[in-house]
Design a protein around this ligand. Sequence first.
Ligand SMILES: [Zn+2]
Ligand SMILES: [Zn+2]
Length: 251
Amino acid sequence: MRVKILVDNQAKQGFKSEWGFSCLVEAKEKVLFDTGASSAVLSFNAERFGIKPREIDKLVLSHDHWDHNGGLDWALQNSGLKVFVLDSFSNETKERIRGKAELVEVGEEAVEISRGIRSTGKLSNSMDEQSLAVETGKGLLVVTGCSHPGLEKILEKAKRFGKIHAVIGGFHGFEKFDALHGIELIAATHCTEQKQKIKELFPQQFVECAAGVEFDFSSFAGYGEWWLKQFGNDPIWGNPNRVKRNERKTG
Ligand SMILES: [Zn+2]
Ligand SMILES: [Zn+2]
C-alpha cells in the first residue's frame, strides 16, 4: 500500500506547491483523495509521478473547499471515474461532476470506497468533511483534508475500524495533542498550524510531508531511514542537521 502526495503547501524539488492538498492511495485500486486548488499543479505533479487520470479508479473529495476540489477537472478527464462527495456539498460542485463521472453522495454512515479503504462518513462542524481509513497491514492509515470537524473526532470515528497506525493530512485547528498518542507515523501538513509543536511532542513519529513525497507502508522502517530516502539529496529538505536534531531527541 502506497500513498503519493500530489499537492501540498510545500513541495520537494522538482514538484510544484500551492495552498491545497491531494494524495493518491494505491491499494487494490487507485483512490485519489482531494485534488488541490488547481488542475495545473495537480497535473504537473501527477505527471512527475507518472500518474495519468485514466489510471484512477475512485475519487473522494473530503470537503467542499476550493483548495481540495480545484483540480477536479483534471481527474474528470477519466469518464470511468466514481466520485464520492458528501450529500451536503453545494449543487455547483455536484453539477461539475454529474454527466462527467458517476457521483456517489455519502452521508453520516461510513462507506467502503474500495477494498481496504473506507470513508469515515460525514462529520460535521463549521464545515462537513469525510476522511479515509485505509488498511495498511500494520493498522489503519487515516487521511484527512483539513480536519475541520476536529482531528480528535475523526480519529475517534476511524478507530471503529481498527487501531490507528498512521495519519496524513491537514490538522486545521488541532490542539488536543493527546489524541496522537500511540500513532506511529504523523505526517501533519497542508493547513496544520501547530506543526512545530507536534514535531516537538512526537519527534520519532513526526515526518515532514510535501508534494512529491511517497509513503510505502509495506516497508516503512521508521523516521531516519525514510527521511534520507525521501529528502537525502534534496537541497531544500535534505538538511542533515534536521535529521541529526531528530536523532538526538530520539536518543
Ligand atoms: Zn484545505
Ligand atoms: Zn478546508
